[in-house]
Design a binder for this molecule. Structure first.
Ligand code: SAM
Ligand code: SF4
Length: 330
């Protein structure tokens, strides 16, 4: 079969992030505006279409799939999709990014269906602040979700924290200590200018990974590792703990040269780069040729030359890409 997804810059696409819904039970200030209009159901890929897209990519050589959204766990019957994808031969790494609120209910079923890894978003350990950042979230429920995930047998759970200056950068060390205490990994994310979120000026809240790293190193010297997650994180270890610390730095450390990923939006748009609008409408192919795997694969192969060399985010707060993160798949 061989690997068939290679772009014009010699990069092999091995990683697909699949958005399974644009809906969410949270309204995080960096991701959504308070009042969101979600897509009509007919525009969203069905679970069968999503499973077919996943299978096409794996048969073309993709090794890693991450389900994201929106909040994947608010999609009805997402467990069936997880089971379908979990059964694909050739898939080496199957992960989900979630806000964690639904894990108390779903963790065990997801693990049994073949999901291997979880990233759980957690920006604050203070209930009031957590509520302010997520607008609707309940910290206690998320912490219970993290415990449920561990009990269900998920290993190397990774926390994701978006750091905003003036909002939660003073919690960076607390979050590191929490991860150490619970035996979790943690990645700190620079805020990306996706969508006009109206809550805050992104130029003012921007906090670089280098600043976050300096905060952590006040307490824990960080040792660089060469470990890769097939993703853009740079990882560090501490001398006295298994916890790994990652930095995802779309602004300050350009990772485009080694980018091996593409995204599929909840509407079935194949996005070749998060920071550009280059895309191919896979939903049109799926609905024009129902069940036709060859046509779908051909459309994916033909899309590869559209992958641009790099993105062009800046830190001045301008919105260059008007898509919201929840439709894109974070
Ligand atoms: N709802 C799930 C969650 O929150 O983990 C999955 C989707 S969410 C869009 C995926 C990740 O993107 C989360 O870790 C979230 O913190 C992050 N994210 C959302 N908006 C972002 C932004 N503007 N800049 C950087 N990261 C963002
Ligand atoms: Fe929902 Fe995740 Fe966006 Fe927060 S970051 S609003 S949890 S999709």
């Amino acid at each position: 079969m061989g690997h068939q997804l290679i772009d014009n810059f010699g990069r092999q696409v091995r990683y697909v992030r699949l958005s399974v819904t644009d809906r969410c039970d949270f309204r995080c200030v960096y991701c959504m505006s308070e009042e969101m209009t979600f897509l009509p159901r007919a525009q969203v890929l069905t679970l069968e279409e999503l499973a077919m897209v996943a299978r096409a990519f794996v048969e073309l050589g993709v090794e890693k799939i991450r389900l994201t959204g929106g909040e994947p766990l608010v999609r009805r019957n997402v467990g069936q999709l997880v089971a379908d994808i979990g059964a694909l031969p050739g898939l080496k790494d199957f992960a989900m990014t979630t806000n964690g609120a639904g894990l108390g209910k779903h963790a065990r079923q997801l693990r049994e269906a073949g999901l291997q890894r979880l990233n759980i978003s957690l920006d604050s350990l203070d209930p009031t602040r957590f509520r302010r950042l997520t607008r609707t979230g309940d910290l206690e429920r998320v912490l219970a979700g993290i415990r449920a995930a561990r009990e269900a047998g998920f290993e190397r759970i990774k926390l994701n924290a978006v750091v905003l200056k003036g909002r939660n950068e003073d919690e960076v060390l607390d979050l590191v200590d929490f991860a150490r205490g619970e035996g979790l990994d943690i990645s700190f994310i620079e805020e990306m200018p996706l969508g006009d979120v109206s809550d805050h000026s992104r130029a003012e809240t921007y906090c670089s990974s280098d600043e976050v790293q300096a905060l952590i190193e006040q307490r824990y010297p960080l040792l660089p590792t060469t470990e890769s997650s097939l993703g853009p994180s740079r990882y560090f270890r501490m001398g006295d703990s298994d916890t790994r610390i990652g930095f995802i730095s779309p602004h300050s450390h350009n990772f485009c040269a080694s980018c091996n990923r593409v995204r599929v939006t909840v509407e079935g748009r194949l996005l070749l780069c998060l920071g550009n609008e280059h895309s191919v409408d896979l939903r049109a192919v799926l609905r024009r040729h129902p069940g036709d795997m060859a046509a779908l694969k051909e459309a994916i192969i033909q899309a590869m030359p559209l992958k641009p060399e790099r993105h062009h985010f800046t830190t001045d707060g301008d919105v260059q890409v008007v898509r919201f993160m929840n439709t894109t798949g974070g």
